[in-house]
Structure formats: structure tokens, C-alpha cells
Design a protein around this ligand. Sequence first.
Ligand code: PMP
Length: 366
Amino acid sequence: MTRHYNFCAGPAALPTAVLEKAREELLDYQGRGLSVMEMSHRSPEFVAIAEQAEADLRELLAVPDNYRVLFLQGGASMQFAMLPYNLLGQGGTPNYLYTGIWGKKAIAEARHLAGAHVAASSEANGLTAVPRQEDIALSGDAAYLHYTSNETIGGLAFDYIPEGRLADGSEVPVVCDMSSSILSGPLDVSQFGVIYAGAQKNIGPAGLTLAIVRDDLLDRARPDTPTMFNYKVMAEHGSMYNTPPTYSWYLAGLVFQWLKHEIGGLEAMNALNERKAAKLYAAIDQSDMYSNPIAVDNRSRMNVPFVLADDRLDKAFLAESEEAGLLNLKGHRSVGGMRASLYNAVPESGVDTLVEFMADFERRRG
Ligand code: PMP
């Protein structure tokens, strides 16, 4: 059996140790004689799995007690709609920072419901640098400020946490789509009203969506919020109002255990991610063949897009990299070029191998 290096943007690489553990427990979970997939979500066995996963996540991210952790479905895309339903019960205008394709989709979804104000945008610089705090102009009636910490397609990441400060000095909740950056390093959850993330990058397999919601925001839903969209209903039912994605939840729990025990927590994960990204960006910057357009301070550590000086070589680059066991380096269909996603489960040896391959390709074809 060979496991290649997988640079997919999502569903992304999972730690081999997690998959091995899942394999070990696949047919017979801890002597119960059945698979986790076949258990009632209300069984004591599954409830224990679910509670352990939440406890481990809370520990990893140091989630304060006044936040609820929700294990939802529908992906981050459903959060684009669920969020305005839940936070606009008292009126106001949703405010957004626009830094890329995912933020744009979130804005479009808010517009369906309530209109949206773009409080700052990276459009003028071609989505290569994030707006600074002083550029953010909230509307006077802002209900919340939403941003995307890491734009997965553009490879554009915030290097600070924006504040939702109104002209009169009051604060509105800051909401963040952290789909492609959550768990890549430590986080000060207390700066946020809501954090959400699709699971299929740093959390686990697709099918699960995480939301971390500050308690006081659970009472702000619009009256027409569908039951399954309502954070408060989900919180009151321990994320089991209906049948949750039990196996994805279990695998996420194994990933949290791996982060705690194999990696040693999010400080250690952060250092590793820093090293991995630095190696790849250094290789790009030193070469005459590869380039990345993002402002240095806003370069994503998780998703590294790059282009070849001559795009006629793209096909050969992709074919040869795949041949070398480096999978899924093709850039998003909307932007072309290449993209290497360096999520938590991509080992440093994967980055080393990629960097060697890139240098070799340049020597041969440059
Ligand atoms: N936001 C970001 C930052 C993403 O990267 C993605 C998926 N790549 C999404 C939202 C949409 O996620 P989902 O497919 O889980 O709906």
C-alpha cells in the first residue's frame, strides 16, 4: 500500500494514523460488535464519542464556556444562509469584508435575505492583500461583520482579526468563515461572535460543519428561521435535533485526538505549518519559473497558489507531479495554474518532496 502526498484543497488529506485507527475500529467498535456507522446516534456509545470530540475540540481551541459548539451539516455554504437567519432577528444590515470567491458567495446569500453592506474589499488590489482595520467602514446599522480568514482559492489570508467597531464606539459581533484555516494554529475564540467551518480540510471528512456560537447570539434568530437552520434549536438538542453525520463526527474526534496526542496541540501544529509554508514560498520566490501574487503578509499557509511562467508547461507539470506521487496540484478551475494545499495532515516530508520536484522540473524544463 502506498499513500501519496495529497495537496487537495478539500476534501483534503487526513492523517494516516487517523485512518488506521478508523480501519481498526471499522467492523467492531471497541468490542461492541458493530461499526460506529451502524450505531444509533442516541446510543450511549455514540453519545460518548460525540461528547469526547466536543471536549477535545474545546480543549484544543480553548473555547470559553460562554460558547456553544455545534456539529452541523450542509457545509460552509449552508452557513452562508444560516448565519443571516440567526443574527438578523433584531434587524440591521449584515456587513461583509470581500477578499475572494468564498466571501462573495457569503455576501450573495445574505443579499437574498436582507441585503448586505460590503464594509471593505480587496477588489482594487486584485484580491492580493486584505483590507486593513482602518479601511473597514461599517454601516451605522451593522448587525455583524463577516469575513473569510483564509480564501481557499486565492490563497489570501488575514494576518489579524478585524474588529466590528461602529463610529459610536460600540461593537458588533465578528463572524468568521474559517473553513480552510481552523485548527492550523491557536485561536482567540473570544474575539468572535460566530466561527464556522466545513470539516473537509482540517477537521475531518466532508459531511460535517462546525459552528462555534457565543451564547448571547442564540436569541437573535429571525422568526422565519427554519428549524434546521436555527442555532438555538441545534444547541438545545446537542446538535442532534435530527440524525447527525455520525461517522464524520467520529472521524473528526479521531483528528482532534491526533492533534492533541500525536502533534502536541495547536502551538506545535502552528510551528509545523509555519515551516511547511515557509519552505514552499521560499522555493517559489527563489525560482524563475514559479510565482505567487499575494502580498507577503497575507500569504495563506494552508493554500499556496502559484503559476508557471509559461502556462504551456502546466500539463506536463501536473502529469509529472502526479507520476511522482504528488497529487491534486491543479489550481481551482476558476483561476487555473497550480495550488498546493498544506493542511495539517500534509506532512513536512510532502512539502520537501514537492519543493524538490519543482526545482527538478525547472532544471529540466525552465
Ligand atoms: N468557505 C471556504 C473558505 C471554503 O474553502 C469552502 C470550500 N472550499 C467553502 C466556504 C464552501 O464549503 P462547503 O463546500 O463545505 O459548503
